[in-house]
Unconditional design. Structure first.
Length: 182
Protein backbone atom coordinates (compact mmCIF):
# COMPACT_ATOMS: atom_id res chain seq x y z
CA UNK A 1 0.00 0.00 0.00
CA UNK A 2 1.30 3.44 -0.92
CA UNK A 3 1.70 5.93 1.93
CA UNK A 4 -0.64 8.94 1.87
CA UNK A 5 0.49 11.80 -0.31
CA UNK A 6 1.70 14.92 1.44
CA UNK A 7 0.64 18.34 0.30
CA UNK A 8 2.08 21.71 1.16
CA UNK A 9 0.08 23.69 3.66
CA UNK A 10 -1.71 26.68 2.15
CA UNK A 11 0.17 28.96 4.53
CA UNK A 12 3.56 30.22 3.43
CA UNK A 13 5.49 28.10 5.91
CA UNK A 14 5.69 25.25 3.43
CA UNK A 15 5.00 22.66 6.15
CA UNK A 16 3.70 19.40 4.69
CA UNK A 17 0.28 18.03 5.61
CA UNK A 18 -1.30 14.71 4.83
CA UNK A 19 -3.84 14.46 2.03
CA UNK A 20 -7.27 13.23 3.10
CA UNK A 21 -7.76 9.49 2.88
CA UNK A 22 -10.19 8.69 0.05
CA UNK A 23 -13.67 7.83 1.27
CA UNK A 24 -12.99 8.89 4.89
CA UNK A 25 -15.40 11.81 4.50
CA UNK A 26 -17.90 9.60 2.71
CA UNK A 27 -17.79 7.04 5.54
CA UNK A 28 -18.24 9.75 8.16
CA UNK A 29 -21.19 11.26 6.29
CA UNK A 30 -22.73 7.78 5.94
CA UNK A 31 -22.57 7.21 9.70
CA UNK A 32 -24.15 10.61 10.38
CA UNK A 33 -26.83 10.09 7.71
CA UNK A 34 -27.78 6.64 8.99
CA UNK A 35 -27.97 7.68 12.65
CA UNK A 36 -29.92 10.88 12.04
CA UNK A 37 -32.02 9.58 9.17
CA UNK A 38 -33.16 6.35 10.79
CA UNK A 39 -33.89 8.11 14.10
CA UNK A 40 -36.02 10.70 12.28
CA UNK A 41 -37.79 8.06 10.16
CA UNK A 42 -38.66 6.11 13.31
CA UNK A 43 -39.88 9.31 14.98
CA UNK A 44 -42.09 10.05 11.97
CA UNK A 45 -43.42 6.47 12.04
CA UNK A 46 -44.52 7.07 15.62
CA UNK A 47 -46.67 9.93 14.37
CA UNK A 48 -48.03 8.23 11.25
CA UNK A 49 -48.51 4.64 12.39
CA UNK A 50 -48.14 4.58 16.17
CA UNK A 51 -45.03 2.41 15.81
CA UNK A 52 -42.31 2.37 18.48
CA UNK A 53 -44.76 3.47 21.19
CA UNK A 54 -46.00 6.53 19.29
CA UNK A 55 -49.45 8.05 19.42
CA UNK A 56 -50.31 7.45 15.76
CA UNK A 57 -52.22 10.04 13.78
CA UNK A 58 -54.97 10.49 16.36
CA UNK A 59 -52.64 10.96 19.33
CA UNK A 60 -50.32 13.22 17.35
CA UNK A 61 -53.29 15.25 16.08
CA UNK A 62 -54.40 15.81 19.68
CA UNK A 63 -50.89 16.98 20.55
CA UNK A 64 -50.79 19.42 17.62
CA UNK A 65 -54.22 20.79 18.48
CA UNK A 66 -53.25 21.23 22.14
CA UNK A 67 -50.05 22.99 20.98
CA UNK A 68 -52.10 25.59 19.11
CA UNK A 69 -51.87 24.33 15.54
CA UNK A 70 -55.04 24.40 13.43
CA UNK A 71 -56.18 21.18 11.76
CA UNK A 72 -54.27 18.92 14.12
CA UNK A 73 -54.69 15.81 11.99
CA UNK A 74 -53.39 17.51 8.83
CA UNK A 75 -50.42 18.85 10.78
CA UNK A 76 -49.75 15.37 12.17
CA UNK A 77 -49.70 13.96 8.64
CA UNK A 78 -47.39 16.71 7.37
CA UNK A 79 -44.98 16.34 10.30
CA UNK A 80 -45.05 12.55 10.12
CA UNK A 81 -44.38 12.52 6.37
CA UNK A 82 -41.61 15.13 6.64
CA UNK A 83 -39.88 13.20 9.41
CA UNK A 84 -40.36 9.76 7.85
CA UNK A 85 -39.42 10.60 4.27
CA UNK A 86 -36.89 13.25 5.25
CA UNK A 87 -35.26 10.71 7.53
CA UNK A 88 -35.29 7.94 4.95
CA UNK A 89 -33.93 10.36 2.34
CA UNK A 90 -31.05 11.23 4.66
CA UNK A 91 -30.39 7.59 5.53
CA UNK A 92 -30.02 6.45 1.92
CA UNK A 93 -28.66 9.77 0.68
CA UNK A 94 -31.49 10.56 -1.73
CA UNK A 95 -32.22 14.23 -2.50
CA UNK A 96 -30.15 15.01 0.57
CA UNK A 97 -30.51 18.83 0.50
CA UNK A 98 -34.31 18.53 0.46
CA UNK A 99 -34.36 15.70 3.00
CA UNK A 100 -32.19 17.73 5.36
CA UNK A 101 -34.40 20.78 4.85
CA UNK A 102 -37.53 18.73 5.66
CA UNK A 103 -35.99 17.63 8.95
CA UNK A 104 -34.82 21.19 9.72
CA UNK A 105 -38.30 22.61 9.08
CA UNK A 106 -40.02 20.03 11.24
CA UNK A 107 -37.54 20.43 14.06
CA UNK A 108 -37.82 24.25 14.01
CA UNK A 109 -41.48 23.74 14.87
CA UNK A 110 -40.53 21.18 17.53
CA UNK A 111 -38.17 23.77 19.02
CA UNK A 112 -40.92 26.38 19.10
CA UNK A 113 -43.32 23.99 20.85
CA UNK A 114 -40.84 22.63 23.38
CA UNK A 115 -38.98 25.88 24.15
CA UNK A 116 -39.09 26.51 27.88
CA UNK A 117 -36.27 29.01 28.09
CA UNK A 118 -33.83 26.29 29.07
CA UNK A 119 -31.19 24.71 26.87
CA UNK A 120 -30.38 21.57 28.89
CA UNK A 121 -32.64 18.67 29.85
CA UNK A 122 -35.04 17.79 31.32
CA UNK A 123 -36.98 20.76 29.86
CA UNK A 124 -34.26 21.87 27.45
CA UNK A 125 -33.93 21.84 23.70
CA UNK A 126 -30.36 20.66 23.17
CA UNK A 127 -31.57 17.49 21.43
CA UNK A 128 -33.67 19.44 18.93
CA UNK A 129 -30.85 21.94 18.31
CA UNK A 130 -28.42 19.09 17.60
CA UNK A 131 -30.84 17.52 15.11
CA UNK A 132 -31.36 20.87 13.34
CA UNK A 133 -27.59 21.44 13.12
CA UNK A 134 -26.86 17.93 11.82
CA UNK A 135 -29.66 18.06 9.23
CA UNK A 136 -28.58 21.53 8.08
CA UNK A 137 -24.96 20.36 7.81
CA UNK A 138 -26.01 17.42 5.63
CA UNK A 139 -28.15 19.68 3.45
CA UNK A 140 -25.14 21.93 2.90
CA UNK A 141 -22.42 19.28 2.49
CA UNK A 142 -24.43 16.69 0.62
CA UNK A 143 -24.58 12.97 1.21
CA UNK A 144 -21.07 12.05 0.13
CA UNK A 145 -20.02 9.32 -2.27
CA UNK A 146 -21.75 6.44 -0.48
CA UNK A 147 -25.27 7.60 -1.33
CA UNK A 148 -28.01 7.32 -3.91
CA UNK A 149 -27.44 11.00 -4.82
CA UNK A 150 -24.24 9.85 -6.50
CA UNK A 151 -26.45 8.45 -9.27
CA UNK A 152 -28.57 11.61 -9.64
CA UNK A 153 -26.76 13.72 -12.25
CA UNK A 154 -27.61 17.10 -10.72
CA UNK A 155 -26.58 15.95 -7.23
CA UNK A 156 -23.58 13.78 -8.14
CA UNK A 157 -21.37 16.57 -6.85
CA UNK A 158 -22.90 18.62 -4.07
CA UNK A 159 -23.25 22.27 -4.89
CA UNK A 160 -23.58 24.68 -1.98
CA UNK A 161 -26.37 26.70 -3.64
CA UNK A 162 -28.60 23.58 -3.68
CA UNK A 163 -28.19 23.14 0.06
CA UNK A 164 -28.72 26.84 0.77
CA UNK A 165 -31.85 26.96 -1.42
CA UNK A 166 -33.26 23.83 0.22
CA UNK A 167 -32.64 25.22 3.71
CA UNK A 168 -34.27 28.54 2.80
CA UNK A 169 -37.30 26.61 1.56
CA UNK A 170 -37.43 24.54 4.77
CA UNK A 171 -37.11 27.63 6.97
CA UNK A 172 -39.79 29.55 5.05
CA UNK A 173 -42.22 26.63 5.30
CA UNK A 174 -41.43 26.22 8.99
CA UNK A 175 -42.07 29.93 9.50
CA UNK A 176 -45.39 29.79 7.68
CA UNK A 177 -46.41 26.80 9.79
CA UNK A 178 -45.45 28.64 12.97
CA UNK A 179 -47.50 31.66 11.89
CA UNK A 180 -50.56 29.40 11.71
CA UNK A 181 -50.06 28.43 15.36
CA UNK A 182 -52.23 30.22 17.90
Amino acid sequence: MTPPTTLLSPVTTGTPRQAPIPYAYDAGLLVLRLALGLAMAAHGSQKLFGWFGGGGLDGTAQFFTASGYPAGKAMAVVAGLAETFGGLGLAIGLLTPLAGAAVVGTMINALAVSWSGKFFSPEGVEYEVLIVAAAAALALTGAGGLAVDRFVPALRVQRLPYGVAALILGLVLAGVTLLLRK
